[in-house]
Ligand binder design. Structure first.
Ligand SMILES: Nc1ncnc2c1ncn2[C@@H]1O[C@H](COP(=O)(O)OP(=O)(O)OP(=O)(O)O)[C@@H](O)[C@H]1O
Length: 601
């Protein structure tokens, strides 16, 4: 309930006055609907179904006596015209209401989407380390829609309640005893159907869990489709998918069964009650036929409302898990917030590193509950405008160290110092603004090469673009593409090879003229010839920017001013390339020996 109120407040903040207009509209429509039915009585009276001229029905008898004063020939047209105006007016209102409603609902979905997306973008890297990508897809698609639907259902429920209260008052006015019978029966049924609502909650939880599994599974499957196909794992994956789909189908059928069962109970009880009513009215309470007619009409209006309320409650209950997941995700994002995305797009000024970056006794663990440290007692100095290479076996902690230097993660113990000043949360973004990072599996947007590059440097000239492409050894292959720089790449365009993608991303990184260029295995897919070009470029760049390189292929780092060798989260060797080469017993020499590079030093 608390979650629904939280989102209702959000809806209120988003929709403002529109919310009240919609709610009022919903209530007015309900009223008109009620009056329309009420008008049936004089109409029936006029056509002589029964005599209502002396009817002891509140409001109606007054209306009828007024009709009596008008010449009889006008009575039928007046009542029929009133009925027409009412029903057409109501239909028109309903039309506008439906449009307004959907506008508000869709607007609210957009608002939630933007808010959630922004919270996600504002969260720090550590938050992402603990999440699956599919969780974000799931939240932003299915769960968000369910939350908006739940909020909408809640509004419908609120108007239903208002309408029910109004109708109940009418009914009380006509006959207290009979209305009490309806109410008590309704209350008993509501009590009885509590277990249905509980069951609905369980099914709702299961729906969330299953759709989360579905999203995660499908995303992972298609990420790994090459492995699946090349290893002939199609059958086992199909079996997994089939079983998940069956469970989802079963869950939905269960939900519908539950809803239909409640519907059945309400309809059957309605029939039993109507029979009981007619019997009691005629034999025990001795009610006039017009009154009985009205009571039955009101009852027929009221009972579906009870069913509707029950139904809405069940449906709202099934959406509560979605409310929980969205709220939990937003709260986590809030806790992990490292920045505020400003609507005018402004960012903090980039800082240029002039002296260097230092780590002093830095410790870091991915999981504070485990004893294993990914970084242990790291002491190092990365001089500005030089090239530092980080090497070591897989899992040694190289990427973690780079993340620390880029301010993506913060030390558990120890300090990171940039140009003599402690790297605090406040300075992280300014530091990152001065970094270009190229990963092993670089990311390119599904647009042209030009657009991909200009994204980081919107004012770049044609000359600057080509210069960056030349420096990353990409100029020749880009020229050979059908539309050169304007060729679309990615899923909808030309598919580039791993090495080509790496070079384009490297060009993009260089174009930005960062203060620090970080290459995390960024040249792993290049052939020897292209790698030599990139090496020369790095050699040239290092005078004007700080270059940090992780490389498994040690030939890449021959020009490094400093090499840092890591093992199990610690720095076990460091120094110039040539110096480490001379330390024949050191790990670096061994790594070189594995790659047959000892004599090439
Ligand atoms: N997101 C994470 N959650 C938990 N542990 C992690 C995470 N990322 C890395 N680790 C652990 O931290 C240690 C260091 O990993 P890191 O990725 O820094 O190594 P690396 O030297 O870059 O390896 P590689 O060369 O294979 O990329 C490893 O033991 C790894 O299992």
């Amino acid at each position: 309930m608390a979650q629904i109120i939280f989102y209702l407040k959000k809806l209120h903040a988003f929709a403002g006055a529109k919310l009240y207009i919609t709610l009022t509209g919903m209530i007015v429509i309900s009223f008109l609907e009620g009056i329309g039915i009420y008008l049936l009585i004089p109409m029936l009276g006029l056509i002589g179904v029964f005599d209502v001229s002396h009817a002891d029905v509140p409001f109606l008898s007054g209306l009828i006596s007024r009709l009596d004063q008008i010449p009889e020939r006008y009575n039928v047209p007046i009542v029929l015209a009133a009925y027409l105006v009412l029903i057409i007016g109501q239909a028109l209102l309903q039309r506008n209401q439906a449009i307004m409603n959907i506008k508000m609902q869709q607007g609210f979905i957009r608002y939630l989407r933007l808010e959630t997306y922004q919270s996600l973008l504002q969260a720090n890297w550590k938050f992402y380390l603990s999440k699956r990508k599919s969780d974000f897809n799931h939240i932003l698609t299915s769960e968000l829609a369910r939350v908006a639907q739940g909020t909408h259902l809640f509004l419908r429920l609120a108007t239903s309640l208002v309408f029910t209260v109004v109708q109940l008052s009418f009914a009380f006015w006509i006959s207290v005893k009979l209305t009490l019978v309806v109410m008590i029966s309704g209350a008993l049924l509501a009590l009885f159907s509590r277990r249905f609502i509980k069951h609905a909650k369980t099914l709702g939880d299961r729906t969330t869990a299953l759709s989360q599994q579905y999203f995660a599974g499908v995303t992972e499957q298609f990420n790994g489709i090459k492995d699946i196909k090349s290893n002939r794992l199609e059958h086992s994956h199909m079996a997994w998918f089939r079983s998940l789909c069956s469970r989802m189908e079963h869950n939905i059928v269960q939900l519908t069964k539950l809803q239909s069962t409640t519907q059945f109970f309400y309809s059957s009880t309605a029939a039993v009650l109507i029979v009981l009513f007619v019997f009691l009215s005629l034999n025990v309470f001795v009610v006039r036929p017009e009154q009985l007619m009205l009571i039955i009409i009101i009852f027929a209006r009221l009972w579906p409302r009870f069913t509707g309320i029950q139904n809405s409650l069940e449906q709202i209950t099934t959406t509560i898990p979605a409310f929980n997941s969205l709220l939990a995700m937003q709260r986590e994002c809030e806790e992990a917030r490292e920045q505020e995305l400003l609507s005018d797009g402004s960012k903090e000024a980039a800082i240029r590193v002039v002296k260097g970056i230092e780590c002093r006794s830095v410790y870091f663990r991915y999981n504070p509950d485990q004893a294993v440290y990914a970084l242990k007692g790291i002491n190092l100095r990365i001089p500005a405008n030089g090239m530092t290479a980080i090497v070591g076996k897989s899992g040694a902690g190289k990427s973690t160290l780079i993340d620390m230097l880029m301010g993506m993660i913060l030390p558990e113990k120890g300090e990171v110092i940039v140009d003599g000043e402690l790297l605090t949360r406040e300075k992280i973004l300014a530091l990152r603004h001065s970094i270009s990072y190229v990963s092993q599996d670089p990311f390119l947007f599904n647009m042209s090469i030009r657009e991909n590059m200009m994204m980081v440097e919107p004012d770049a000239s044609e000359e600057q673009l080509w210069e960056a492409l030349t420096q990353s050894a990409s100029d020749a292959f880009v020229r050979a593409l059908p539309q050169g720089l304007d060729t679309t790449i990615g899923d909808r365009g030309i598919r580039l090879s791993g090495g080509e993608r790496q070079r384009i991303v490297l060009a993009r990184a260089i174009l930005r003229k960062p203060s620090i260029l970080v290459l995390d295995e960024a040249t792993s897919a290049l052939d020897t010839e292209n790698e030599a070009v990139v090496q020369k470029t790095l050699e040239r760049l290092k005078g004007s920017m700080t270059v940090i390189v992780i490389a498994h292929r040690l030939s890449t780092i021959r020009n490094a001013d400093q090499v840092i060798v890591m093992e199990q989260g610690e720095i076990i060797q460091s120094g110039g390339y040539q110096q480490l080469l001379r330390e024949t017993r050191g790990t670096f020499s061994k790594l070189l020996a594995y790659q047959g590079l000892v004599n090439e030093g």
